[in-house]
Design a binder for this molecule. Structure first.
Ligand SMILES: CC(C)(COP(=O)(O)OP(=O)(O)OC[C@H]1O[C@@H](n2cnc3c(N)ncnc32)[C@H](O)[C@@H]1OP(=O)(O)O)[C@@H](O)C(=O)NCCC(=O)NCCS
Length: 197
């Protein structure tokens, strides 16, 4: 019920921002925003090990822009293998993060809009599940729960109660166990392809 009220309120609220796919011209603004919102420790997180040297999952780097086109929010999702399933095969999933909103724009629904857009786009692209490390009281409203990631581990220190999962396809994470590993496109290979083109 709370989730329904949340979406109705977000729908009725006056919008002064849009959600769009990130472009190369947004990168500097995004990095500055992340420094402001998350501080210098942001690069030491275990999630960073799964992002370093990789490109985000196709179509899943989003920004929120204000009326002037300035980046006021960012979210990206990354291809990972979430351990193995009961059949011993790797379980493909997405790792979400970082999600951040310009501190001056917090509480206006920007974070929620980014989350809903990311979940919708990941679903439309056929992904099975999204994992993240974050505050459960915030992410539960979007359907993320620690129980979905209970047999998975991050490749570094993490707080178990903050490691959350959302299934986009029924039972996708059932039996998934083991350590997350990066499986996305490598940055260097993408740059080589761009040079060759
Ligand atoms: C967390 C963050 C993305 C939320 O963005 P936002 O645009 O302010 O979020 P929304 O406006 O969509 O939602 C605001 C609601 O979320 C709640 N909220 C925000 N952060 C929360 C948290 N860490 N835990 C629980 N609730 C939280 C607010 O209290 C507010 O609740 P209300 O709707 O009942 O008033 C933003 O505060 C941020 O960038 N924080 C710093 C970076 C960060 O910590 N990111 C990871 C989050 S774990």
């Amino acid at each position: 019920m709370a989730a329904v009220l949340d979406s109705v309120r977000a729908f009725l609220a006056p919008k002064s921002f849009i959600i769009a796919t990130e472009t190369p011209a947004d990168v500097v603004a995004r990095e500055n925003l992340l420094d402001r919102a998350m501080g210098p420790g942001r690069r030491k997180k275990s999630s960073e090990k799964l992002r370093r040297g990789r490109l985000p999952a196709e179509g899943l780097a989003l920004v929120a822009r204000d009326d002037h086109g300035h980046v006021i929010g960012t979210v990206r999702l990354w291809n990972v293998e979430a351990g193995v399933g009961a059949d011993g095969a790797a379980v493909d999933a997405l790792l979400l993060g970082p999600l951040a909103v310009d501190p001056a724009q917090e509480g206006k629904g920007v974070g929620g809009a980014l989350m809903r857009a990311a979940i919708a786009e990941a679903t439309a692209r056929g992904h099975g599940a999204i994992l993240l490390v974050g505050d459960a009281p915030y992410y539960e409203r979007f359907g993320f729960f620690a129980s979905k990631a209970q047999h998975l581990v991050m490749p570094g220190p993490f707080a178990r109660e903050r490691f959350l999962g959302l299934e986009l396809k029924p039972d996708w994470l059932d039996g998934a166990a083991g350590m997350l590993t990066a499986s996305g496109r490598k940055l260097s290979r993408a740059m080589e392809q761009r040079r060759a083109a």
